[in-house]
Design a protein around this ligand. Structure first.
Ligand SMILES: CC(C)(COP(=O)(O)OP(=O)(O)OC[C@H]1O[C@@H](n2cnc3c(N)ncnc32)[C@H](O)[C@@H]1OP(=O)(O)O)[C@@H](O)C(=O)NCCC(=O)NCCS
Length: 164
């Protein structure tokens, strides 16, 4: 199964994942973010180029003080470089078939590749609700301090993939 960068040919109008914000994002707003280089969007398409799942990646930074104490000891800078999986969603007709997991692993692989070129300490996600929090917890993401955001050190991802 191949995830590709979103192109003009992709049909986004029929996307429905059950969360209005995520549906509207792919239908109406993603192109502006892509055009302004604020995000890159990766999609899974069916044979008619309909989007059946998507996620976005963006570069960002977090405050050192937001990182849980046991993970921040060796970090000496006030701001820490990260990549954010801004949004991730699977069409409702395809949910529960491991596509969410496939998307997440694809995103983590790309983030590892970027991390070999540009310093990047961790992956951040912004879960949209408690259910999404549970999904990300399953893969080892932990909550940042005083925030709904979740965090996974790149070192942990590399270990999971057997790279380090
Ligand atoms: C959350 C979402 C991305 C999961 O995708 P999916 O394809 O349905 O999930 P998968 O089949 O890949 O599930 C992988 C694993 O996560 C678990 N899981 C999936 N959704 C879960 C949830 N909401 N809560 C807890 N666990 C969940 C599955 O049980 C599965 O575990 P298993 O391997 O032990 O069986 C999808 O349901 C979705 O798009 N939901 C609406 C949008 C959303 O909440 N996005 C989250 C990011 S903001």
């Amino acid at each position: 199964m191949t995830l590709k960068v979103l192109e003009k040919k992709h049909n986004r109008k029929g996307f429905y994942c059950g969360i209005v914000e995520l549906d509207n994002y792919i239908k109406q707003y993603v192109s502006q973010d892509v055009k302004r280089k604020l995000a890159v969007c990766y999609v899974l398409e069916d044979e008619d180029a309909n989007v059946i799942a998507y996620y976005t990646l963006s570069a960002s930074r977090i405050d050192l003080n937001d990182i849980p104490d046991h993970l921040k000891r060796s970090l000496k800078y006030p701001e820490i470089p990260v990549v954010i999986i801004g949004r991730l969603a699977v069409h409702i007709d395809y949910q529960g078939n491991k596509l969410g997991q496939i998307l997440l692993i694809d995103a983590l692989k790309r983030i590892i590749e970027v991390g070999a070129l540009i310093g990047n300490h961790a992956v951040i996600v912004d879960p949209i609700n408690e259910s999404a929090e549970k999904f990300y917890s399953k893969f080892g993401f932990i909550q940042l301090k005083d925030s709904k955001r979740m965090f996974l050190p790149l070192k942990t991802v590399a270990t999971l993939f057997g790279i380090e």
